[in-house]
Design a protein around this ligand. Sequence first.
Ligand SMILES: [Cu+2]
Length: 184
Amino acid sequence: MNTFNSYSPKTIRSGLLACCALAFAAISHSQTTGIEVKDAWVRTSVQGQKATGAFMNITAKDGAKLVGVSSPVAGLGEVHEMKMEGDVMKMRAITALDLPAGKTVALKPGGFHLMLMDLKTPLKKDSTIPLTLRFKDAQGKESTLDLQVNVSTQAPGGASSGSMPGHMPSGQTAPRNPGMGHQH
Ligand SMILES: [Cu+2]
């Protein structure tokens, strides 16, 4: 009887401790993988516009892959790459963007970017939207990072030099690529 009584609370207590430790590990995982996001912004969109781009600088201290993006304002998010093929700018979805250890990878207009498609609402300048990035570490373990991203017409600080035209929201200059799956 006595043995049972003193045993039982102990079991519960150690059970709770283990539980808290697990919860803490889950919450802090993004930090412990050492992924830093800076200068994030998403381009404004107008009524009826279906897609826009999100841009940022990402540094993964220990290396990682960016494998996905989602936001409640978009039905679908993709990681995209843009590059010149001949004299035509082509854009396509990629399954993973490599983030070499300690190297800052720039997602910017004319290069890698995040594509938010099937927009549910126009994105107004100076508002913010939630954005969730999905990463995989070297062991293939997934983690997510939740961001609040400013909606803007240009990169923070106006530092848009070096960016290439051709990824404007209306995108008349973008190629008509049948494999793109969305309009630009
Ligand atoms: Cu795109």
